[in-house]
Design a protein around this ligand. Structure first.
Ligand code: NAD
Length: 330
């Protein structure tokens, strides 16, 4: 299938090229994201292949349809950046990679916790400058702490097993309870109870209207003083202005984020020689107890292989008229 592949980096091209040898799709790579400014690049393509920060709103989908695009292949699981209703109206199939190493994201959430807690990033830099002092590197035992997990689907469930392994009390909130986790020792509770009792809160639910700014001032006010909050899910689950206020007051003791509400202007880019226009990320970067990674939770060899192979198979299934089991239906 003649496919315009947007938001590509060297690693995307490497893995897609490797797996395309058994599919032979005609792939054209663009570094730019797909949005209203770049949609004209899709003239003559049957499919577009996009990632988390491409913006497929109604206007973009209408343009894709008028140019003859029949398939949107997401190289990710989340689809909050695609107007699905409009895609359905225009008869454009939307396929995704529903799971690609949920372990990668669950393990990254744990990496954020361990780094924030034991300050290994600071120790690394100190030692490189021959500073062998332990001053201000005190952490806490994770064993015995209460970890609250919001969203216990693929990633949240694996994360629950990791923290159970650390000897934590694990409590969960989800609109659907997972019986296997209950059997493993996770106790489900209401959101307010989770906020009140957790030493560490990790977000693993999707970004939907019901979860937009789920962690806002009202939620932070209900949490324990000094709570650690981890977000590897989607940036807009947290109201950044309220998180900054909670960090300043000390209510929020640690914040680890792999996602950020305005990340599309920043993440995946080297801006080291640029002026950062976003004052909220700049403020977050100044806190000693905030750790930011640039949406790298998924970024393992295994996940890149799964993303490339599933994306190409999704295109083949649609092209050969079988339909794809990974098509998102509204
Ligand atoms: P999933 O669909 O398996 O699980 C999501 C869970 O959230 C489900 O159990 C669902 O019932 C629950 N949920 C839905 N609405 C809820 C609500 N209002 N309150 C609480 N829980 C609710 O998804 P997953 O594969 O576990 O992925 C979770 C999220 O992780 C995705 O939505 C995506 O945004 C994010 N993600 C991030 C990365 C990364 O690189 N950082 C990679 C992949 C996915």
């Amino acid at each position: 299938m003649k496919t315009a592949v947007f938001s590509t980096k060297s690693y995307d091209r490497e893995y897609l090229n490797r797996f395309n040898s058994s599919h032979s799709h005609e792939l054209t790579y663009f570094e730019a994201p797909l949005n209203k400014n770049t949609v004209n690049l899709t003239v003559g393509y049957e499919a577009v292949c996009v990632f988390v920060n491409d913006d497929l709103n109604k206007e973009v989908i209408d343009e894709l349809s008028s140019k003859g695009v029949k398939v949107i292949a997401l190289r990710c699981a989340g689809f909050n950046n695609v107007d699905l209703d409009e895609a359905t109206n225009k008869g454009i199939a939307v396929v995704r990679v529903p799971t690609y190493s949920p372990q990668a994201v669950a393990e990254h959430a744990m990496a954020l916790i361990l780094t924030l807690n034991r300050k290994t990033h600071k120790a690394y830099n100190r030692i490189r400058e021959s500073n062998f002092s332990l001053e201000r590197l005190t952490g806490f035992d994770i064993h015995g702490k209460t970890v609250g997990i919001i969203g216990t689907g693929h990633i949240g469930a694996l994360f629950a097993k990791i923290v159970l392994g650390f000897g934590c009390n694990v409590i969960g909130y989800d609109v659907n309870e997972n019986k296997e986790l209950v059997d493993a020792g996770v106790k489900y509770c209401g959101l307010d109870e989770l906020f009140k009792n957790s030493d560490i809160i990790s977000l693993h639910c999707p970004l939907i209207p019901a979860t937009h700014h789920l962690l806002n001032k009202n939620a932070f006010d209900k949490m324990k003083d000094g709570v650690m909050v981890i977000n590897t899910s989607r940036g807009a689950l947290i109201n950044t202005t309220d998180a900054i206020a909670a960090l300043k007051s000390g209510r929020l003791g640690y914040l680890g984020i792999d996602v950020y509400e305005q990340e599309e202007k920043l993440f995946f880019k080297d801006l080291s020689e640029e002026i950062i226009e976003d004052d909220e990320i700049s403020r977050l970067m100044t806190f000693p107890n905030v750790l930011i990674t640039s949406h790298q939770g998924f970024f393992t060899k295994e996940a890149l292989e799964e993303i490339a192979s599933t994306t190409l198979k999704n295109l083949t299934d649609i092209e050969e008229g079988r339909g794809s089991k990974n098509e998102i239906k509204v």
